[in-house]
Ligand binder design. Sequence first.
Ligand code: NAP
Length: 337
Amino acid sequence: MTRARPKVVVTRRLPAPIQERMAALFDAEFNETDVPLSAEVLIGQARQADVLVSSITDRIDAGLIAALPPSLKLIAQFGNGFDNIDVEAAHGAGITVTNTPSVLTEDTADMAMALILAIPRRLAEGARVLLKDGTWPGWAPTWMLGQRIGGKALGIVGLGRIGTAVARRARAFGLEIHYCGRTRKPPQVEEALNARYWASVEEMLAHVDIVSLHTPHTRETYNILSAERLKRMKKGAVVVNIARPELVDEAALAELIASGHLLGAALDVFEHKKGVNPQLLALARENKVVLTPHMGSATLEGRIEMGETVIVNIRTFLDGHTPPHRVLPEGRLGTNA
Ligand code: NAP
């Protein structure tokens, strides 16, 4: 017996207009408590479902995929990154995976730019000054001096969608643009951004004042900022990470800031499974680190567009077509994620 409407299970609360639209289109089940689902609960909810709408807080590993019902043929991730999903296992189980790239590029790049400014211009520190009792010493020629942004060298690791959007913004702030990554971009891209390519991460790191990470988390990019590479950075350099925590050796980063080798770090993503690294937290209290709680894409407009992209992926898939944002296992041709 075929159901009149496909069953779609959504693991986290989505913006109201998206849930309303999904409820109109599908037999949709939402998570109004918005508490991340355990694997057990998720598997139970997915019973007889056709589509699972997941997000980065769901760990969709091979074990969970094996326990999904045969009816479930699409995992439509609400998010750009999909390192929470074992795409290879899903592919092997005949389940299509999609994500929501592009719609969050500009919002995330805006936030990256704010983080690039945060440490050199002491933004979080300055904002905290008045909070104690509403008073401050008043303007003074030598108080709260930071560092000029214009003329500094910014090194972008991964000149993809977000990396490029950051480079465009950074140019307007007078930063010199350097980049490294898997592939060198065509000359017209480099010219438009006035960007210098470095074939080696190490070499680029030794030349830049601020490094900003924009690769996905994969086997190859795990700890792309290793302890060794962090040590090669210029004294007084700054690390910005709005991509994934796994890209940085966090303990080494904290050590190098504490020792004074690095000026600081501004991180939208950081390990927090057992709470935030206490050394990073202590450095944040000393204003050497700025921590924002994974807010890169957090605008209402962006989250609605992400929801619309999820709906387009689901509808296209259910209509028998390849969804526009299909994710394939690493190394397989056709990945458009
Ligand atoms: P993208 O367009 O796919 O760009 C990724 C870039 O990383 C590409 O330039 C790619 O190189 C490069 N890259 C991939 N593997 C690499 C490797 N092994 N070594 C060096 N460079 C490598 O992705 P995007 O849309 O810009 O997003 C980037 C990441 O940002 C996402 O994967 C996600 O994890 C994160 N993100 C975070 C937030 C947040 O809220 N904090 C929001 C959105 C996204 P090629 O040019 O050769 O492909």
